[in-house]
Design a protein around this ligand. Structure first.
Ligand code: URA
Length: 226
């Protein structure tokens, strides 16, 4: 899937991105974290959560007592969506729209099916709505265990970049609340695992096209929703 994602033409975002940024982490991780999309640094380096939001995320995970190396980290959208800032010439993050999130969803659903995590953590509204539906509200349900077929435990919280964007006087509090949500994840993780936890979701994955499983071809991959 990692190799195939480089040839994804499911939407137009591949045209402006350097590369698809796939996941990182153990293939049988108990905790599966979903971000929004790679940022500027991730797009260049090809790794998720290695920019400023990633550094804040790492700090918060450490404060919550969760080891990043034990966690599977991915994004709802695998290509960086951006626009050039006319003044600074910097690449400015643009939120992916619903059809881009939908086009990317088969990758995410397959990753969940393969990893079979006990706990899924959605960071921010894009990730939460991608998994839990468009009416899901992170503001109303942050830090709460949500019922879902994707994993035994699903928890949504804010995106670390919203903590970075918070006004100076709010910033410390925002980071503390983010860590508090991640501590709930740590508490869920500390509970004894039940055998059924890893088979809680009904989805068993879309088949990966044979061309991808064998030798990589120059053919483009368009994930299917069937
Ligand atoms: N923000 C995300 O949601 N994902 C990344 O990989 C980096 C920043």
């Amino acid at each position: 899937m990692r190799a195939a994602s480089q040839r994804c033409r499911g939407c137009d975002l591949y045209k402006c991105a350097t590369q698809a940024v796939f996941s990182e982490g153990p293939s049988r991780a108990q905790v599966f974290v979903i971000g929004e999309q790679p940022g500027d640094v991730e797009d260049r380096e090809g790794r998720p959560f290695v920019g400023p939001a990633g550094r804040l995320f790492d700090r918060a995970m450490e404060a919550a007592g969760i080891d990043r190396d034990e966690v599977y980290l991915t994004n709802a959208v695998k290509h960086f969506k951006w626009a050039r800032d006319t003044k600074s010439k910097r690449r400015i993050h643009k939120t992916p729209n619903r059809s881009e999130v939908r086009a990317c969803f088969p990758w995410l659903a397959n990753e969940i099916a393969l990893v079979q995590p006990r706990i899924i953590v959605c960071l921010g509204a894009v990730a939460a709505k991608a998994l839990l539906g468009p009416t899901f509200s992170v503001t109303k349900k942050r830090g709460m265990v949500v019922k879902s077929e994707w994993a035994a435990t699903v928890i949504a919280t804010v995106h670390p970049s919203s903590v970075l964007r918070a006004p100076k006087e709010e910033r410390v509090r925002a980071e503390r609340m983010f860590v508090a949500d991640l501590r709930k994840v740590a508490r869920e993780l500390a509970k004894p695992a039940k055998r059924a936890d890893r088979s809680a979701h009904k989805f068993s994955g879309w088949p990966i096209p044979t061309a991808v499983r064998s030798t990589p071809s120059s053919e483009s991959i368009r994930p299917s929703h069937e």
